[in-house]
Design a protein around this ligand. Structure first.
Ligand code: SF4
Ligand code: SF4
Ligand code: FES
Length: 928
């Protein structure tokens, strides 16, 4: 700490003891830090919560002042004498509690007798009240996850701050006056009908139990569930990597709270907080199974996950492992390793991903190993490695705190990375200019945007090249930066010369003046940052889209400094880690080329096995090779290509054609319908492992539950398969695997298993054993051969399949807030499934009218690959002419429709654009 900062501390006395306040510290904070206990109700000593000073439970006496002071909001002055334990202060605090207790149900019958309110009331010695009780608002049980019992509300306003300032959702407010004052949702709407997104921040903040997890209460609204233990872990869903506290009772998760991790500071979204009971769903696989000999594989066969015995029989682990590994080894021995392939999972831990790719490479003898990154950000990674020599983010999403201009393109973080979105909204409220570019209009994020560019689908390059044209032609480039750190600038100047805003306005649908304004804003802001998602990457020109984003950052020098950078928002909880660990066909761990003889030699020596010198095939290519009869055996761990691959009918036909398919998963997924052997795996909540989030933070997930039935740890199953295909593995657990990874992956330097256990989260790269890790990368150039960033100019490439007379609309697919990917977990999470129980297709209200459809009625959506039926939802955020379908619903699987055409570099399919037709289904009643 500097000398200047030291002199800013404030000496004062607390109950006669000399103490010192740090700059900005309140009396309450100093007291807490020094070991005093002062009651508090409306103040939450948590990140993001401003003190409001409205309840007066924390009053203290200040020598020489006439009135008592609220210690939570009052900062000390030098020499001040503060008395917390005087008779006057203590009786005033007791009076506050007595007044509040007057309106509460008695502690024994209260909603939460262990609430912070009742705990403090007990400590100050108040159990009942002399004051009359006022009428209490009725119970609101309209929401499946959150019970609203405002008879316990003390108007502390914490839920309002939680909703408005921390999560920036702005649903909760305090309405009415006098005796009628109360907390309301929207315009005093029942919570379940309001615009609440169920992040549960209010529940976590409420000190009384007025807002509580419904599952903790009995039918009378009294708490009946108390946890036996609380485990520090991680959310299993998205790449944000929120740290959690998992509350467990009788080997079931009963509650999840946010923990103060670097990516979430206690916040969670609806999935992380309420989407936990899938783990103990009755359809959970708990015994190994082998396909019945009398049931042949039929591509469109359906198996009831609740009754797999129509297609499978129970097996012992020994038999299942023998059959699983034996079948794979037989194909390898007969047809060679290239007849085999493996899909690992970005839901599993780093250690599992590492072991899985090592098994495929050293045990199967092929590099045919891939995972869902191929379907989400492979094109982003291809462009980033080409441009700046690294596939990770250059800055965490929390860097937005320091940005002046934030661009979000082709991403809907408020649905897919909700906690990351809270930081973007906070930054915009602080004054950063938010620019959203997306064919679909955003919901809450759009309210905070300075510019909402709803460009025509598929015209990303036109818009981005027009921005580059303005930056170049108006001299907005950072010439010094370009000269010192980049190459390819002159080619870019030539290429974008013809992409004038006036010309591109026609192509992308954004007027020339707006393009100019946004280009100037991005280039001339002191610190600009770009976030993107699958709206950028899932195109046949996905790599080109990212090349444009890289060019924007490199030409303007908006990279390598706090508040600047490039951040592809990674999808799965461990897609960064699984990619780093080598679950990719063309690279070993840490993105080292499998075709580089030196790298090959290094891994051959390290693993002690011969290795395939050719790059392997990607997800969609593997499906094509199965169809061609060249790949006949697969091991699929935790992936569901029957749902997640494009042109699903084609993918399912391919899976059915496999001679030997081993599926390791939690549930009988659509992929497992075609399995020969099904191995019951471990859920996130049952295992120990490290996971790397979108911010490059390596974090520890800990087991909260035991494995059900005969389910086994995934690392153990992979090892047992490895042993049976001839490898002499003998790992004792994840720690040993991590040590091996750290020995061969320079990115993990200075990050040890012990350190992760101790610190819970370390950012890579990390320059010293005690250093926190480097958040902002590339201040001094790039890890490319010459240290320069490469600007790669691109041309317009149209989407592969344009609308025509038969298929006049554009279909785009994606996720929704409540459901994750193929829905295997979230559709078995009761709250999430209650909130979004059925497949929907979103259309603009004008489009609904034009097509003479009706919201709530069934329609048929058809593309050149197939047809599905689902219910219409009106959504003014979807532009006329577009159809949006989430891909989580197996009963109306969006990927029956999607186009498998690939981006030539990232090999990612064009999920975001294909031609479609929407027609009414006659005789269907409105359902929404
Ligand atoms: S509902 Fe809870 S958090 Fe909100 S004002 Fe009432 S007591 Fe405070
Ligand atoms: S933002 Fe992502 S990591 Fe955080 S709780 Fe939600 S789904 Fe989980
Ligand atoms: S806790 Fe200080 S006024 Fe409420």
């Amino acid at each position: 700490m500097s000398v200047i900062e030291k002199t800013e501390t404030v000496p004062f006395t607390l109950d006669g003891y000399e103490v010192e306040a740090q700059p900005g510290e309140t009396i309450w904070q100093v007291a807490k830090r020094s070991g005093w206990e002062i009651p508090h109700l409306c103040y939450a000593p948590e990140p993001g919560y401003r003190a409001d000073g409205n309840c007066r439970a924390c009053m203290v006496e200040i020598d020489g002042e006439r009135t008592l002071a609220a210690s939570c909001i009052r900062t000390p002055k030098p020499g001040m004498s503060v008395i917390t334990n005087s008779h006057r202060a203590e009786s005033a605090r007791r009076m506050v509690f007595e007044l509040l207790v007057a309106d509460q149900p008695a502690r024994e019958t209260s909603h939460d007798p262990e609430s912070s309110f009742w705990t403090w009331a007990g400590k100050v010695g108040v159990t009942d009240s002399r004051f009359p009780r006022r009428g209490a608002p009725a119970m609101d049980v309209s929401h499946p996850a959150i019970a609203v019992n405002l008879d316990a509300c003390i108007h502390c306003n914490l839920c309002v701050r939680a909703c408005r300032e921390v999560q920036v959702n702005d649903v909760i407010g305090m309405a009415y006056r006098g005796n009628g004052a109360k907390i309301v949702f929207d315009f005093d709407t029942p919570m379940g009908d309001s615009t609440c997104v169920a992040c549960g921040e209010c529940v976590q903040a409420c000190p009384t139990g007025a807002l509580m997890e419904a599952t903790l209460l009995d039918s009378a609204g009294q708490r009946s569930v108390y946890a036996d233990k609380v485990v520090d872990s991680l959310c299993p869903y998205c790449g944000v990597g929120c740290q959690t506290k998992v509350h467990v009772k009788d080997d079931r998760i009963v509650q999840v709270d946010g923990r103060s991790g670097p990516a979430n500071e206690n916040r969670l979204c609806v999935k992380g907080r309420f989407g936990f009971d899938y783990v103990r769903h009755p359809q959970r696989l708990t015994v190994p199974m082998i396909r019945r000999e009398d049931v042949p594989k039929v591509w469109d066969d359906e198996v009831d996950p609740a009754n797999p015995w129509t297609h499978f029989r129970e097996a012992t682990w020994e038999e299942a492992l023998e059959v699983a590994a034996g079948g794979l080894a037989a194909i390898r021995d007969r047809d060679g390793g290239s007849a085999l392939a493996g899909f690992g999972s970005a839901k599993g831990s780093n250690e599992e991903a590492y072991l899985f790719q090592k098994l495929i490479r050293t045990g199967f003898g092929t590099n045919n190993v891939d995972h869902c990154t191929r379907l989400c950000h492979a094109s982003s990674v291809a462009a980033l490695i080409e441009g700046i020599g690294s596939g990770g983010v250059t800055a965490p999403f929390t860097a937005a705190n320091e940005s002046d201009c934030i661009v979000v393109i082709g991403a809907k973080p408020e649905q897919n990375h909700p906690v990351a979105a809270t930081y973007l909204k906070q930054a915009a409220k602080r004054g950063a200019k938010l620019v959203i570019m997306d064919p679909r209009r955003h919901d809450t994020l759009a309210r905070y945007a300075a510019h909402n560019l709803q460009f025509k689908p598929g015209s990303d390059v036109a818009l981005l090249n027009a921005l580059l044209n303005v930056i170049v032609s108006e001299g907005l480039t950072d010439r010094q930066y370009v000269q010192a750190h980049t190459e390819g600038y002159e080619e870019l100047v030539q290429r974008v010369a013809s992409f004038t805003p006036e010309k591109m306005a026609e192509v992308c649908g954004i007027d020339a003046e707006t393009i100019r304004e946004v280009a100037r804003l991005y280039a001339t802001s002191q610190r600009s940052i770009i976030f993107w998602g699958m709206g950028i990457s899932q195109h046949v020109h996905g790599t080109d889209n990212t090349r444009c984003l890289i060019a924007l950052a490199l030409t303007t020098g908006q990279i390598g400094r706090p508040g600047t950078g490039l951040h592809p928002l990674r999808g799965q909880n461990n897609v960064q880690g699984a990619s780093d660990a080598g679950l990719i066909p063309m690279v070993y761990p840490d993105y080292q080329s499998v075709e580089d003889p030196e790298v090959q030699a290094k891994y051959r020596a390290f693993w002690g096995q011969e290795l395939d010198p050719k790059a392997g095939l990607t997800v969609v290519e593997i499906m094509q090779e199965i169809e061609a009869g060249k790949i006949t055996g697969m091991y699929i761990l935790g992936e569901n290509p029957a749902m997640s691959d494009p042109d699903q009918i084609h993918a399912r036909k391919a899976l059915a054609k496999l001679k030997h398919l081993v599926v390791q998963d939690l549930f009988l997924t659509e992929t497992a319908y075609q399995a020969d052997v099904v191995l019951p795996a471990s859920a996130h909540a049952e295992k120990l492992g490290s996971y790397t989030n979108t911010n490059r933070q390596v974090q520890i997930g800990r087991p909260a539950l035991d494995l059900p039935g005969q389910a086994r740890q995934d690392w153990w199953i992979v090892q047992e398969i490895a042993r049976r295909v001839g490898l002499d593995w003998d790992y004792e657990g994840p720690a040993e695997v991590f040590d091996e990874m750290a020995a061969v992956m320079p990115s993990l330097a200075n990050i040890t298993w012990e350190r992760l256990q101790r610190e819970d989260s370390v950012t890579y790269p990390c320059e010293a054993p005690e250093a926190p890790g480097t958040e902002i990368l590339f201040a001094e150039g790039f890890p490319t051969a010459d240290g320069r960033g490469r600007i790669v100019p691109v041309d317009l490439v149209p989407p592969d399949e344009l609308p025509d007379a038969d298929f006049p609309m554009v279909l785009t697919t994606g996720r929704m807030l409540e459901h994750w990917h193929t829905g295997a977990m979230t559709r078995r999470a009761s709250v999430l499934d209650d909130l979004e129980p059925a497949p929907v297709v979103s259309l603009h209200p004008l489009e609904i009218r034009r097509l003479t459809l009706e919201a709530g009625r069934a329609v048929r959506v058809t593309t050149r690959r197939g047809t599905i039926e689902l219910t219409v939802r009106a959504d003014a955020g979807v532009p006329p002419g577009m159809v949006f379908i989430p891909f989580a619903f197996n009963e109306a699987a969006a990927n029956v429709l999607t186009n498998p055409q690939l981006d030539p570099y990232g090999k990612i399919p064009e999920f975001k654009f294909c031609a479609a037709r929407v027609e009414p289904v006659e005789g269907q009643a409105a359902a929404e």
